[in-house]
Write a protein that binds this ligand. Structure first.
Ligand SMILES: C[S@@+](CC[C@H](N)C(=O)[O-])C[C@H]1O[C@@H](n2cnc3c(N)ncnc32)[C@H](O)[C@@H]1O
Length: 485
């Protein structure tokens, strides 16, 4: 597209930063990549690179090369450009039940300030601005390359994942790009949990028609995009990026499940970007994370930091929170996993029964407003009711259960018991409507050693839904037992 070229070349280049020269000259000569010897499966395990030395890219000119009488610049001026590497402190990358993860390699004592465990420089990331004009940092797409026209054909509002997938495939193909090597550490098609790669039979295992149909639509969207842009007439430099639709859909899965959205500041330019950030993308999710991301503006680094006051034991997993406020169906769509203790999960009740909200909250020592309900451990200890019963599912129950609250009017025992009974009955009806029980799902999972990751994710999703409903039933039992009238 004629006018597209002017879009993607930002006026802000990297010359203002003394430590970083031209990112397009990356990667370091430590790597020589030969695609024919590239392993087909994922490399494992990763060793955390620590404190790799910087090296100069430029040499000062020899004295006799300069015919001019002008004062030559200090030779150090030529040495300031270098390519930086990732640094990691006190962590290791290991393979666990949820694929690769990041684990503490030593005990971490709680500190008053957050502390850094990883620093990842901008030049090894793949990033695209979230809004037009499309800007890439580092700017790896040459002017006039047809992949830019493909990226430019996407819907600015909805297609961030397709854009990122195109950029990723392009990076894999670009000689000496960091991602040619890092790609070997990404989950392969068979290891990916994304349901974009699921078969029709696997989608039926979700036992959730709406979700299956949404995922089907997403699969179709990715496939149609590939068909539109990878037809037989495209030049070889496009064709070879994704010779078959599965390769493209895999790239979309990687983009969806590993993209981090951040507001970055590069010089005077502040922009929201969709970013693929190596190493940081190995962190798994938790609803009670011990780490978070921080963009370090002064030298364009992503920092992974441990929460202030957080104690971590050697071997414990380091986690971040991928999304706040989203139910399991959204987690499954985007990341290919769900959780039985998602505090944001919801059950829609249809009857008129409701319980007394404050009583329910106080029985379980839940504090805060609905948007940030949390278990108050200190109150739990004081009231001697502390137990391990309260988890994310009970928090979700507090949000889901229909409730009433009317000033100082106390709850009446008979009304509360009646409400509990009706709500439990509705939960039982929901469970009975599933074609299988949670016990059966669990047995199936235990017996399937050869199942695909997508089949496993689908069965776990329906199991987690049932476990959540069962926990709500139990929470209502406990509420009834503990409520003081
Ligand atoms: C950003 S990557 C994290 C690294 C990933 N485990 C790997 O092997 O490369 C996100 C993917 O990790 C897995 N994952 C992350 N957190 C998880 C969790 N809490 N439970 C199950 N799977 C999880 C899912 O497959 C998800 O798509």
């Amino acid at each position: 597209m004629a006018n597209s070229i002017s879009f993607h070349h930002p006026t802000h280049r990297f010359i203002s930063c003394p430590q970083v020269k031209d990112f397009r000259s990356f990667p370091s000569p430590r790597f020589t990549y030969n695609s024919s010897t590239s392993p087909k499966t994922r490399l494992r395990p990763i060793k955390a690179a620590t404190g790799l030395p910087a090296f100069p890219l430029l040499q000062p000119p020899k004295a006799d090369e300069s015919p001019s009488e002008l004062e030559p610049a200090d030779p150090d001026f030529y040495k300031i450009g270098y390519v930086r590497s990732m640094r990691a402190y006190g962590i290791e990358f290991k393979e666990g039940p949820d694929g690769f993860g990041v684990y503490a390699s030593k005990d971490v004592e709680p500190l008053r300030r957050a502390r850094v465990i990883m620093e990842i420089p901008l030049e090894i990331m793949l990033t695209i601005s979230q809004k037009l004009p499309w800007m890439f940092f580092p700017d790896i797409i040459p002017v006039g390359h047809p992949i830019f026209d493909i990226i430019n054909s996407t819907d600015p509002e909805t297609d961030w994942d397709l854009r990122l997938a195109c950029l990723l495939l392009y990076a894999f193909d670009r000689e000496d790009n960091f991602w040619q090597l890092y790609g070997d550490f990404l989950p392969s098609i068979d290891e990916c949990t994304s349901l974009l790669l699921a078969s029709e039979e696997e989608l039926s295992e979700l036992q959730d028609q709406n979700l299956a149909s949404t995922i089907r639509d997403q699969q179709r969207r990715a496939l149609e995009f590939w068909e539109r842009n990878w037809h037989s007439g495209v030049p070889l430099k496009i064709k070879r990026l994704a010779r078959d639709p599965k390769r493209f859909i895999w790239a979309v899965s990687i983009a969806q499940s590993r993209c981090i959205n951040m507001e970055t500041r590069i010089g005077a330019l502040v922009q929201n970007a969709n970013m693929l950030i190596p190493y940081a993308d190995m962190l798994n999710h938790s609803f009670e994370p011990n780490c978070f991301f921080h963009w370090r503006f002064k030298d364009r680094m992503l920092e992974v930091m441990i929460n202030a006051g957080q104690q971590i034991k050697k071997g414990q997993e380091m986690t971040v929170n991928y999304m706040n406020g989203q139910q399991n169906n959204m987690f499954l769509q985007r990341y290919g996993f769900s959780s039985p203790v998602n505090p944001w999960d919801m059950i829609k009740f249809s009857g008129n029964a409701c319980i007394h909200l404050d009583s329910f909250l106080s029985v379980f020592n839940i504090a805060g407003l609905p948007e940030n309900y949390y278990y108050n451990a200190i109150a739990g200890r004081l009231s001697k009711k502390e137990d391990t019963f309260v988890d994310g599912a009970v928090i979700a129950a507090a949000r889901s259960l229909p409730s009433w609250s009317d000033g100082d009017i106390p709850p009446s025992p008979s009304r509360e018991r009646k409400a509990v009974k009706e709500l439990q009955e509705e939960c039982q009806r929901m469970l009975a409507a599933f074609p299988t029980t949670s016990e059966k799902d669990q047995k199936l999972l235990d017996s399937m050693s050869q199942a695909t990751r997508t089949l496993e994710a689908s069965i776990k999703y329906r199991l987690h839904r049932k476990l959540f409903i069962k926990k709500v039933i139990k929470a209502l039992d406990v509420y009834q037992e503990r409520i003081l009238f």
